[in-house]
Design a protein around this ligand. Structure first.
Ligand SMILES: [Zn+2]
Length: 245
């Protein structure tokens, strides 16, 4: 695991982040749409398709997920008829004509690139998906459907609610290995989503040196990020997107 910085960009009123560890892949287009400067929820309503048209000549079709907090990983292959929306919490593709995305507001967005097979993926990992092994499941799918080896992946963990703020109930905490749970001064358990997912990847053969982590906490950093825990029903969504050029 390596810490990662990000660059904040502003394009036609849409504020978004790019990540240097993914900039090194010339065949990949990526970003995370975050909270706009001017409003609280507006950024969450803008679509990556609109941003895409202004930041590149890429004319891929945006696809999104109906996220279920489970461990289903969708694959979109060159033979498929592309749909606008798929049901699942992870998506993998080798197609250059789709733009994959996940929506988050505290959950962990994971950007997946396999440079050898030119396969990309996005994962949405909250506590339920993490517990079910969404990270492991995605790697298995990548191997089955695209022949991807774990050692050829580069991963970037975007901002999420971190161990400092992610308070969970005792009933949830007990489901996780104790190494991922700490205690607040008042005794409330706090869950470390980043470490729990990191372990699934390294345990499956992904190299630690190829996993980059943006350590920012969505709950702490009000200016840039939406947080469901902090803003409740008013929280917008951040959209992580990834495409093959
Ligand atoms: Zn925090």
């Amino acid at each position: 695991m390596k810490p990662s910085d990000f660059a904040v960009k502003q394009t036609e009123g849409i504020r978004w982040l790019s990540f240097p560890p993914l900039d090194v892949f010339p065949f990949v287009l990526h970003g995370l749409m975050v909270k706009g400067r001017d409003s609280t929820a507006d950024g969450g309503k803008k679509t990556p398709g609109k941003l895409l048209k202004t930041i590149s000549r890429h004319d891929a079709r945006p696809v999104s997920l109906s996220q279920m907090h489970r461990d289903e990983c969708v694959t979109i292959t060159s033979r498929d008829q592309v749909r606008r929306r798929y049901s699942g919490d992870a998506v993998l593709t080798n197609r250059a004509d789709v733009l994959i995305s996940v929506a988050v507001a505290d959950c962990l967005p994971i950007f997946v690139v396999n440079s050898k097979r030119k396969v990309i993926g996005m994962i949405h990992a909250g506590w339920r998906g993490t517990l079910l092994g969404i990270a492991r499941r995605t790697l298995e799918k990548a191997k089955d459907r695209f022949g991807c080896q774990p050692g050829d992946f580069t991963l970037l963990f975007g901002p999420c609610i971190q161990g400092c703020c992610y308070r969970v109930s005792d009933q949830v905490a007990i489901l996780f290995d104790t190494q991922y749970v700490s205690r607040s001064p008042d005794g409330t358990p706090r869950l470390d989503l980043v470490r729990a997912n990191l372990k699934q990847f390294t345990g499956s053969g992904v190299k630690k040196s190829k996993i980059f982590v943006v350590g920012e906490c969505t709950f702490c950093e009000k200016e840039l990020f939406f947080s469901y825990r902090r803003d409740k029903e008013n929280a917008g969504r951040m959209i992580g997107f990834l495409g093959l050029k």
